[in-house]
Design a binder for this molecule. Structure first.
Ligand code: ZN
Ligand code: ZN
Length: 316
């Protein structure tokens, strides 16, 4: 029986969300919209419920592979499985995450996490319901390498916990830490829909994978958050099916059978020949989704100034 660290951390998540709200207010950043934050939390609650079954299935398959097919046996109390799990899981997360942005059916699962046009700690809780299923094949090599299920589950939970704090605009750049670790600045780029930010910075904990595999982008302009085709709803259930519906429509209208299949495995932006190409979206200025007027962005200089002052304070 493994401890559910994520569930235990829920009170801390809420506490930190309130702290972030106060800091953002002081920095004059409009970090939260109530409707958007409620949708984020709705996705997170749904994921916890669906995840009970998902996690059981994943750990079941993982354990079966570990028991029957692991190639290396480690002595009781050895640190090696922890070291292999930390680096191995982080590397495999990178490739799962990259595939989740580059292969259409995997994007259909993962897009949920990117639909919010705000960027705050609540977005970290906006988790896709079916991610566990798409990530399992990526993590099975760890079972072959002899990482016991409880080590895999614990390291995985701490990887998820690490990624909570990077969903905020209240933390600026962190000096040399930015070279090695995934930070708020790096992950803001990942959530940006600015053309230069699309499909960049896939890391979980170590940003070195992005540097190594040439998907790294430094935050050098203010990110506009969300997906290219806005998810025009606050419904946290449909959020998990919206892109599936879109792919289904594309597959149905493709005249060729091969293309009907290819739609699911091609790049998410691919349109089969004979299907009307959607009009190009103006990513820079919208369209945004929200109620009432678009949120006001602090000017670039205000943002950098406040980030700098915060960094200065944290370095003292
Ligand atoms: Zn992503
Ligand atoms: Zn994220």
């Amino acid at each position: 029986m493994t401890v559910n660290y994520i569930a235990l951390a829920i009170p801390a998540f809420f506490l930190l969300i309130f702290v972030e709200m106060a800091v953002a207010r002081q920095m004059r950043i409009q970090a939260y919209r109530l409707n958007d934050a409620i949708t984020d939390l709705g996705c997170g609650i749904g994921q916890q419920v669906v995840g009970i079954f998902g996690k059981a299935a994943i750990l079941g398959v993982y354990t079966a592979v570990f028991v029957n097919a692991s190639l290396i046996g480690f002595a009781e109390g050895s640190w090696w499985p922890w070291v292999i799990a930390f680096f191995g899981l982080d590397a495999m997360y990178y490739w799962w995450h990259r595939a989740s942005h580059e292969i259409a059916f995997m994007w259909a699962i993962h897009a949920v996490h990117h639909q919010s046009e705000d960027y705050n700690l609540a977005v970290a809780l906006r988790q896709a319901w079916f991610s566990g299923l798409s990530s399992l094949p990526f993590y099975l090599p760890l079972a072959f390498l002899g990482v016991p299920p409880h080590v895999f589950a614990t390291v995985g939970a701490f990887s998820t916990l690490y990624q909570f704090w990077i969903h905020t605009e209240t933390v600026g750049k962190l000096g040399p830490i930015e070279w090695v670790l995934n930070t708020a600045s790096h992950h803001r780029v990942h959530h940006g829909r600015n053309p230069r930010y699309l499909d960049r910075n896939y890391a979980a904990t170590l940003i070195v994978w992005d540097r190594l595999f040439r998907s790294f982008q430094v935050e050098d302009e203010r990110p506009l958050y969300g997906v290219i085709k806005p998810y025009a709803s606050w419904n946290p259930v449909w959020a998990n099916f919206d892109v599936w519906a879109e792919l289904w429509k594309k597959a149905r209208s493709a005249p060729r059978w091969t293309d009907k299949l290819r739609v699911w495995f091609a790049s998410p932006g691919w349109t089969p020949p004979g299907v009307e190409t959607p009009p190009p979206h103006d990513v820079e200025s919208g369209p945004g989704f929200g109620t009432g007027p678009r949120r006001r962005w602090p000017s670039g200089s205000t943002y950098l100034r406040s980030s700098r002052s915060l960094r200065w304070r944290s370095w003292r």
